[in-house]
Design a binder for this molecule. Structure first.
Ligand SMILES: [Zn+2]
Length: 351
C-alpha cells in the first residue's frame, strides 16, 4: 500500500517536472471536466491533529486556496458549474468547493478565507445539531478520548474493563460510548450530559469546548449569514443518515430541507450522501424530491458522462500531499489508479 502510494507520488512528480501537468491543466480535455473538492472542517484549535483525515488547519486551507488562485482555477458555485457542464460551456480549469456537515468552524474559519479569495462554496448541512446546538456526540466522544490520551479510564457501566487511553485504544473505546448511548436510547440532552461527565473524568473542561463551539454545527442565524455571503447551503439529511426505505429516506430529506429553508430562506437543490453511503435507487428518490445532484466521496473528475446523482469528489484533508492536490487541480491525478473504497452501504439505516 505504502509502496503504491510512493509510486503514485513519483509518477505525479514526473508528470509535473516534464511539464505534462501544466499542459493538461490548460487542455480541452480538462476543460470538459469539473473537479469537486470535499472538505469537512477547518480547525478552531487542534482538530486536525486529532482527525487529520477530516480536518485541515487554517494555514493549510489558505495554502490550498493559494494553489487554486495561482493555477488560475475557475472556482464556481456547484449548481452553476453543473449547468455549464451540461451545456458544454465550462470555463477552463473549473473547480467547485464543498464542505460536509455544516460545522461552526466553516462559519468561523473557512468562510472568511473563502470570502478573501472570492471563492464560492456549497456547505452541506445536517440540521439536527443546528437546533440542538451542542457538540455532536459521536465526534465529541472521540475528541475527548483523544484529549485524554495517557489517562486511565474506569467506567464499568460503559467499558468492559478499565483502559489507558492511547491512539490504538481510541476507536474501540469511542465505539463503546456510542453503543452505550444507542442501547439506552439516549436523547441528545442525555448524550450531552454523558459528554460532560466523560470530560470531567478526564480532567477536561467541557463547557469551555462548548463556549468555543468545538465540534458544534452552525446555528440558524449563522446559516443565514453564510447564505448572505453567497455560500450555498445544501442537503445532508436531518440526522446524518440515509435509510434503505423510501418513506424514511424522503422524510429525513424533507425535514432537512424544511429546516434549511426556515433558517436561510433558500430551497436547497444539492445533496451529499452522509458518510458517502448510497444505493442506486437513491437517484430516483432524490429526483422525485426535486434534488438536482448528489455527491459521494469517490475520487474522480466530473464529465458530461457522469451520473449527476453520484458525483465524485476529491476528499482533501491534512493527509493529502501537496503534490496530489496539485495533480487533481491539473487533472492528471485522475489518470492513475484510485484506491478502491470500502463498501459504504454499512452506513445505511434500516429504520
Ligand atoms: Zn457528513
Amino acid at each position: 500500500m505504502a509502496a503504491l502510494r510512493t509510486l503514485k507520488l513519483l509518477a505525479l512528480r514526473m508528470l509535473r517536472v516534464t511539464g505534462v501537468s501544466t499542459l493538461v491543466l490548460g487542455s480541452p480535455w480538462r476543460q470538459r471536466r469539473l473537479l469537486i473538492l470535499c472538505y469537512h472542517g477547518v480547525s478552531l484549535g487542534d482538530e486536525h491533529l486529532w482527525s487529520p483525515g477530516l480536518y485541515i488547519s487554517p494555514d493549510l486551507f489558505r495554502r490550498r486556496l493559494d494553489v487554486l488562485r495561482s493555477s488560475r482555477a475557475n472556482v464556481l458555485p456547484l449548481g452553476e458549474a453543473l449547468d455549464s457542464l451540461a451545456k458544454g460551456s465550462l470555463p477552463p480549469r473549473s473547480v467547485a468547493i464543498t464542505f460536509d456537515d455544516g460545522s461552526y468552524d466553516f462559519y468561523r474559519q473557512a468562510c472568511p478565507l473563502l470570502a478573501e479569495f472570492g471563492f464560492p462554496a456549497t456547505v452541506y448541512v445536517s440540521t439536527y445539531y443546528v437546533d440542538f446546538n451542542r457538540p455532536v456526540y459521536d465526534t465529541m466522544v472521540s475528541y475527548l478520548l483523544w484529549k485524554g490520551s495517557g489517562r486511565r479510564l474506569e467506567w464499568p457501566e460503559i467499558l468492559a474493563s478499565p483502559c489507558v487511553l492511547t491512539p490504538e485504544s481510541l476507536a474501540e473505546t469511542a465505539r463503546a460510548f456510542r453503543a452505550h448511548a444507542a442501547a439506552r436510547g439516549f436523547s441528545a440532552r442525555d448524550k450531552d450530559v454523558l459528554l460532560a461527565e466523560l470530560a470531567d473524568r478526564l480532567g477536561l473542561d467541557y463547557e469551555r469546548f462548548c463556549e468555543r463551539r468545538t465540534l458544534c454545527l452552525m446555528n440558524p442565524s449563522e446559516l443565514r449569514e453564510v447564505t448572505e455571503m453567497g455560500m450555498d447551503v445544501g442537503l445532508h439529511t436531518h440526522r446524518h443518515r440515509s435509510y434503505r426505505k423510501r418513506e424514511l429516506f424522503v422524510a429525513e430529506l424533507e425535514e432537512n430541507r424544511a429546516r434549511i429553508l426556515a433558517a436561510t430562506g433558500h430551497h436547497s437543490e444539492h445533496f451529499c450522501y452522509p458518510s458517502g453511503a448510497s444505493l442506486p435507487v437513491f437517484a430516483e428518490w432524490l429526483s422525485a424530491c426535486g434534488v438536482r445532484s448528489g455527491t459521494t466521496t469517490e475520487p474522480g473528475l466530473v464529465s458530461r458522462a457522469t451520473n449527476p446523482w453520484f458525483l465524485p469528489r476529491l476528499l482533501d484533508a491534512s493527509t493529502t500531499p501537496d503534490e496530489v492536490f496539485a495533480a487533481w487541480i491539473s487533472g492528471v491525478a485522475a489518470w492513475l489508479p484510485q484506491r478502491a473504497l470500502e463498501p459504504s452501504d454499512r452506513y445505511l439505516f434500516d429504520g
